[in-house]
Design a protein around this ligand. Structure first.
Ligand code: UPG
Length: 598
């Protein structure tokens, strides 16, 4: 009470609310007025931020926390009354007629979409010191994830416009959700690279706030162990993206501009945009309100399982069951072996890659009801079986894929399964943990993430008629991976399978030891036989025909150990680097037609 005069009237109200909600321990240690007054004000500035950034404010946070903590203490099963079963979705097979049809529909519709990248996570499992979107997704050109994402969105925008000629040229909005852990470095990455070619106004950053930590089952907020004038905070999870989009007003802006879809995606998946056109096509064609992308999942793989949950009262929903919950849920509901592979060699539950496509109108209607709040969970680590105290403070968390949990039964919720080689290769695990992944399961490491790009590009070119040699198996950082010819191209060169097919013709071949980088849009490969390294770059106004026989010493893959700190971190975590011995390099920087015949 003695310190109240330091606070604004709103802050006085907040202080009263905290006392009423059993939080007086937050100020019990406060000294007399005149001592640490600046810190006391800063404390309330922080509390005001925590209050305003949470839908329903801190009072609601504390109330929900008490309920969830009580459920957790009582050992209540979050799936009580629900029986899991395998849902049916749309299965796409790359390159077939159906796939090509969906890709075409998707590209046409892409100009009515907005893209949202959630990139507030630090990636503790990877242990990389920088932000994950700054990591190269491949090291032939060194293109980072963010650059690949932005260039892909721009390529999609152009392709979409070309398909609907006569229409108005639209910019596809691109949003990045950051957090205090990633915000400044994301801005710096964008600014130092001129936004990778996107107009700065096309990119919007929304920063998520952390939430208050809880020190006990009564949901008493925890003070920061390093500063008794601050509440300790931790990340709330990627589910924040919904409330941030809602409160930013962007959703209404997009609706008024005629947009129809919002696509959500994550920080490190170098294959993602190979799956995007077709999956937008599925959403449009099927009229899905929610479409989640999935891939076949290996049992115990650290990706959630898309599951149909049917309640005893008749309700049912198709939802992600997170990887740590799937096994206990199955065991508790008549599947005594839990999360295991079936006769196909995969879990019967498709794996959620957390790429969601939401239909904008129904999304806005739902968020109007919830304010963007997503069903949360709490995961306290208890000191002992009495469950009365925690080893360390906990907090509420939420996940973006839990959005459908509050939807009415009439909502059209579907999912699209694609081959993992085409759609999913995240970089999440550090080399040490990746090497311990059960044999046959994906590593989800920097090594496997980059090798997956080469495999996908090789397989796609094979389908387009190029004779691409088989891979060899090699071990990098303790992980055995398939090493295919190292092939990359810019998104403008080959966004869809139809694009790629139109750019390769005749009799082409690529040997296993080869490296190929295609860095321009209008590069046509005809009768090329490549055995070595070839790098072709061209401006959009140039049309380049490439063919003949290219043979040189090429680029070799040199092994590096992840512990070798003389090598930059982003390289050593993948366990290899390119040594450029000899290559054929061509750069067409003038408009016009060129023919490169080796
Ligand atoms: N992220 C945030 N804010 C946070 C936490 C994470 O923006 O507070 C971002 C993060 O940057 C990344 C994404 O969210 O882009 C996912 O985070 P990550 O740690 O990679 O997620 P996982 O725990 O591996 O799992 C998610 C889904 C799971 C899905 C899997 C697929 O929860 O259901 O199978 O991603 O990659």
């Amino acid at each position: 009470h003695k310190n109240l005069h330091l606070l604004s009237p709103q802050q006085v109200e907040l202080a009263k609310m905290l006392v009423e909600k059993g939080q007086s321990h937050l100020f019990e240690h406060w000294p007399e007025p005149g001592v640490d007054d600046g810190e006391k004000k800063a404390f309330f500035d922080q509390v005001a931020r925590l209050n305003s950034s949470y839908p329903g404010g801190l009072a609601s946070y504390i109330k929900i926390a008490r309920e969830l903590l009580a459920d957790s203490k009582a050992g209540k099963n979050p799936f009580d009354g629900f029986t899991p079963s395998v849902p049916t979705g749309e299965n796409l097979s790359h390159g077939d007629e159906n796939f090509i049809k969906f890709e075409e529909a998707g590209v046409k519709e892409a100009q009515n979409a907005a893209f949202v990248l959630v990139a507030g996570g630090l990636g503790e499992r990877l242990g990389y010191n920088g932000i994950k979107v700054a990591l190269p997704y491949e090291t032939i050109t060194g293109t980072c994830f963010l650059q690949n994402y932005i260039e892909s969105v721009l390529a999609l925008q152009e392709a979409s416009y070309r398909m609907t000629q006569g229409g108005q040229k639209k910019e596809i909005p691109f949003v990045i959700m950051t957090s205090d852990d990633t915000h400044a470095r994301t801005v710096e990455l964008l600014e130092s690279h001129s936004y990778f070619g996107m107009r700065p106004t096309q990119v919007k950053l929304l920063k998520q706030e952390k939430v208050a930590c809880l020190e006990d089952n009564d949901a008493r907020l925890a003070l920061d162990p390093h500063n008794k004038f601050r509440v300790q905070t931790k990340p709330h999870g990627h589910g924040d993206v919904h409330s941030l989009l809602y409160s930013s007003g962007l959703l209404y802006e997009w609706r008024d501009a005629g947009l129809r879809w919002v696509l959500f995606f994550q920080d490190t998946n170098g294959l993602l945009f190979k799956a995007i056109p077709a999956s937008i096509g599925v959403s449009v064609t099927k009229g899905y309100h929610v479409n989640s992308l999935a891939v076949p999942r290996k049992a115990k793989e650290a990706i959630g399982g898309i599951t149909k949950l049917t309640h005893t009262d008749g309700r049912s929903m198709v939802i992600n069951v997170e990887y740590n919950q799937l096994d206990p849920l199955l065991r508790a509901t008549g599947f005594p072996d839990g999360d295991v592979n079936c006769e196909t060699g995969y879990s019967p539950f498709p794996g959620n890659i957390n790429q969601l496509i939401l239909e904008l109108d129904s999304y806005i209607e739902e968020l109007k009801k919830t304010g963007g709040g997503i069903k949360e969970f709490v995961n306290p680590k208890y000191k002992d079986a009495s469950k009365t105290s925690f080893k360390s403070s906990t907090r509420l968390e939420c996940m973006m894929q839990d959005y459908p949990k509050t939807l009415p039964p009439s909502a059209r919720v579907g999912f699209t399964v694609m081959d993992a080689w085409l759609a999913y290769a995240p970089v999440k695990n550090n080399p040490e943990d990746a090497a311990k992944v059960p044999k046959g399961n994906p590593y989800h490491s920097a090594t496997s993430g980059e090798m997956a790009v080469y495999r996908a590009n090789s397989l796609i070119l094979r389908k387009a008629g190029v004779k691409v040699d088989n891979p060899v198996n090699e071990v990098f950082n303790g992980q055995e991976v398939e090493v295919w010819p190292r092939i990359v191209w810019k998104p403008t060169w080959g966004l869809t399978f139809a694009d790629i097919r139109s750019k390769v013709s005749g009799s082409c071949s690529i040997t296993q030891r080869s490296t190929l980088a295609i860095k321009g849009q209008n590069i046509f490969v005809k009768d090329l036989s490549l055995d070595g390294a070839l790098v072709i770059d061209s401006i959009d106004e140039a049309e380049v025909k490439v063919g003949g026989s290219v043979q040189n010493k090429g680029w070799i893959l040199e092994k590096v150990d992840y512990k070798d700190t003389s090598v930059p971190e982003e390289i050593r975590i993948r366990g290899f680097r390119f040594k450029q011995i000899e290559q054929l390099e061509k750069h067409c920087s003038e408009p016009g037609k060129f023919e490169l015949k080796a």
